[in-house]
Design a binder for this molecule. Structure first.
Ligand code: UDP
Ligand code: MG
Length: 330
């Protein structure tokens, strides 16, 4: 199947500085893609509750350019929610997710379309070949995270895989059929299966603005990934419990024998205090792991929506949302 419409989903959070540059770049790329593949591109921006002029820039772009659409959230729901909303609203035969900061080179769209058009693949995804330019501590923990999650999860999470990927309609529909609230896309993309072609790319500098990820944010994201795609920590907790029981039993036998052989001098309370504290710590730690799963379950059963829309391009002008999706690029 050859694509007639490519949807480009762009999550934006406080990207007023980067957006004009992004729009410029995509305008050019869109025209090139039309010439080469005879396909139109629609740009679907998702304003993730930005506090700057991002929404105003988007309103403006949607008014002047027929292939620009936008959704705006009522508050910041996170990039995962923005990607989900984008996938739900995209109409294209192929759908691609791109960052607004031009860290994902638009030139790669060509290769992605060519890969999917050739058949055999349902996804063409960018994969970073190096972590140059990233703080060393962040690289170190990222690598550890990928090693860990791939050991304890059945779903493969590829190191260096970006959210920058183009997917066919059937893969997008499969992703949308996963309705979980705690979304970890790196896992979801891999869980739905389909053949993915990895396209290597070098880390690019952000064109403007600054990254939204703090170390703490990444840590929370990593824990969400582990809890979402593996129950091995729960099994480890049980194993730890059994091991400690065995150790306790051996200690009891040792104490009985020692008492029978050497009598029962009162002593050893410092080691007892240490044991009590150690066991308390282990128990709290294990309860914490259980609690993490319970908390996620609690959030899932509430069935809250992943995001809340406050405005879309359809509100801004009263043209029906379908009206301009097949128009030619400017
Ligand atoms: N983003 C978002 N919601 C957020 C944080 C980020 O939609 O809460 C968007 C952001 O505007 C950008 C993309 O996600 O288009 C990637 O964010 P960023 O560049 O900060 O991440 P990095 O490239 O540093 O991993
Ligand atoms: Mg970025």
């Amino acid at each position: 199947m050859k694509a007639r419409l490519i949807s480009v989903i762009v999550p934006c959070y406080n990207e007023e500085a980067a957006l004009p540059l992004f729009l410029d770049a995509l305008r050019k790329t869109g025209a090139e893609l039309y010439d080469e593949f005879a396909c139109n591109t629609e740009l679907l921006f998702v304003d993730d509750g930005s506090r700057d002029a991002t929404l105003a820039v988007l309103r403006d772009a949607a008014r002047t350019e027929s292939n620009v659409r936008y959704l705006s959230f009522s508050r910041n729901f996170g990039k995962e929610a923005a990607m989900y909303a984008g996938l739900q609203h995209a109409k294209g035969d192929y759908v691609v997710i791109m960052d607004a900061d031009l860290q994902h080179p638009p030139a790669m769209l060509r290769d992605m379309i060519a890969t999917l058009n050739a058949g055999g693949y349902d996804c063409a995804a960018a994969r970073r070949v190096s972590r140059d330019g990233e703080p060393p501590l962040r690289s170190f923990f990222s690598r550890r995270f990928y090693r860990l999650i791939n050991r304890i999860s059945d779903t493969e999470i590829v190191d260096g895989a970006c959210d920058f990927r183009m997917m066919t309609r059937r893969m997008v529909d499969a992703i949308l059929s996963l309705r979980e609230y705690n979304r970890f896309s790196k896992g979801i993309f891999s869980w739905v299966g389909f053949r993915t072609k990895w396209l290597p790319f070098e880390n690019q500098e952000r064109v403007a603005g600054e990254t939204k990820w703090s170390f703490w944010g990444l840590l929370v994201y990593a824990i969400q990934g582990i809890v979402g795609f593996s129950t091995v920590p729960l099994a480890l907790v049980a194993l730890l419990g059994i091991l400690l029981c065995v150790a306790a039993l051996l200690t009891v036998v040792y104490i009985i024998i020692k008492t029978l052989l050497f009598g029962d001098p009162v002593g050893g309370w410092p080691s007892m205090a240490c044991m009590v504290m150690f066991m308390g710590g282990v128990q709290l730690f294990c309860m914490g792991i259980l609690g993490e799963y319970l908390a996620k379950t609690y959030l899932e059963v509430k069935r809250r929506p992943v995001y809340v829309l406050s405005e879309t391009d359809a509100d801004a002008d009263s043209t029906p949302p379908d009206a301009d999706s097949n128009s030619r690029n400017p």
